[in-house]
Design a protein around this ligand. Structure first.
Ligand code: AOF
Ligand code: ZN
Length: 359
């Protein structure tokens, strides 16, 4: 199963919004006869890749055991049901890490295997398999994506100087690491403040990346400049979310190539909660937030942040923007409470991963 999990890890950047799944087939004599992982959406699932691999290597699959990091599907989606493919191939036993939370599968794949006389075991590797697909699980079970907020800050928690200068707080190594997290997301979310201040591209610049996450801009008054650098990324979808009626501006953004989305809440603000539901409807599993103190604060206030990815440089800035413009609170309990799930050295900086308690 650990081999199957390593295969799933390889799929993670290429297969969203499909979950990353790995599959290893072990023949009756105990040897690995085939392996595979999920292909880009619309193409073969892990089990089918492993069966094809066994065939290509000239191995018979009858009597084999399949180790797979998610329940084999039972539905006709963009591809055919993997449970049927395993049954047809004469597989004797299936060991799956987890049930598929997709309501179109949800136990039916395992039931179909059992009904065909295939032995089924569920559980090995469950924790890692779930982590690999935390966004997919979030979308399927909560109807909203997993929200990971990335911040680069100084040791005293400042993300920019009072004059707005914010570039190069952390090292090249930390920035490259941040890119890898951006690459696994289905959407990058930023705010109009960041667009106007930094003119960022917010794309993925990794040789291994085969897809660009959609860029979502919270821009209540439709102020995104038509000449911004963010438009220069070929093939990348840009979705601009606003909260005011200005048909002319909306039309101009549409003509520039954006998906324009109205998501008004009170006082000219964007309903971020409704936005996340809409993103889930568009098959967004993980949202990678790279925004400033205002949008970050709004996301925290709405209780929408699941995880913080904080790169912390060993320098002090004294004054400047905080990671989120929250508070002032009268009591400690009013602020979000997180727990650390990982602390690593990335070059000269620290990478701190923390999750909101209870998520
Ligand atoms: C599997 N093996 O490797 C993956 C599965 O539209 P489709 O046909 O590609 O189906 C997508 C759904 O299949 C997805 O939402 C999830 O429930 C399941 N993913 N299943 O048997 C795989 N990636
Ligand atoms: Zn499948």
């Amino acid at each position: 199963m650990s081999q199957a999990l390593a295969l799933a890890e390889q799929a993670r950047l290429i297969c969203p919004p499909n979950p990353a799944v790995g599959c290893v087939l072990v023949g009756a004599d105990g040897q690995v006869i085939g392996q595979g992982h999920t292909q880009p959406t619309g193409q073969a699932h892990a089990e089918v890749m492993a069966l094809r691999d066994a065939q290509a290597r000239g191995h018979a699959t009858a009597g084999a055991t399949a180790y797979v990091t998610l329940e084999p599907c039972a539905h006709q989606g963009r591809t055919g049901p993997c449970a049927d493919a395993l049954i047809e191939a004469g597989v004797r036993k299936v060991v799956a890490s987890l049930q598929d939370p997709n309501p179109r599968v949800a136990g039916q794949g395992l039931a179909r295997l059992q009904a065909a006389g295939v032995e089924v075991e569920v559980g090995p590797g469950a924790e890692v398999a779930r982590e690999l697909n935390i966004g997919f699980f979030s979308r399927m079970t909560r109807g909203r994506p997993w929200v990971r907020m990335k911040v680069a800050a100084s040791l005293d928690g400042r993300t920019a100087l009072p004059n707005g200068a914010s570039q190069w707080i952390t090292s090249d190594a930390a920035r490259a690491d941040g890119h890898a997290w951006r690459a696994r997301a289905c959407a990058v979310l930023t705010g109009i403040g960041t667009v106007l201040r930094d003119d960022p591209r917010l794309d993925v610049r990794l040789p291994s990346a085969t897809r660009q996450p959609m860029l979502v801009i919270a821009d209540s008054q439709w102020r995104t400049p038509l000449a911004a650098r963010l438009w220069q990324v070929p093939g990348r979808r840009v979705c601009i979310v606003g909260a005011s009626a200005d048909a002319g501006r909306e039309q101009a953004l549409r003509e520039r190539g954006a998906d324009v989305l109205q998501q008004p809440a009170a006082e000219g603000r964007i309903d971020l909660s409704a936005l996340l539901v809409e993103l889930a409807r568009r098959e967004v599993n993980e949202v990678h937030v790279e925004a400033g103190a205002q949008l970050n604060a709004a996301l925290w206030r709405a209780g929408l942040v699941d995880e913080l990815l904080l790169y912390q440089a060993p320098r002090l800035l004294g004054e400047g923007a905080p990671l989120a413009a929250l508070g002032p609170f009268a009591e400690l309990a009013q602020g979000p409470q997180l727990e650390y799930i990982g602390v690593d050295r990335i070059g000269p900086d620290l990478r701190i991963r923390a999750r909101v308690t209870g998520r």
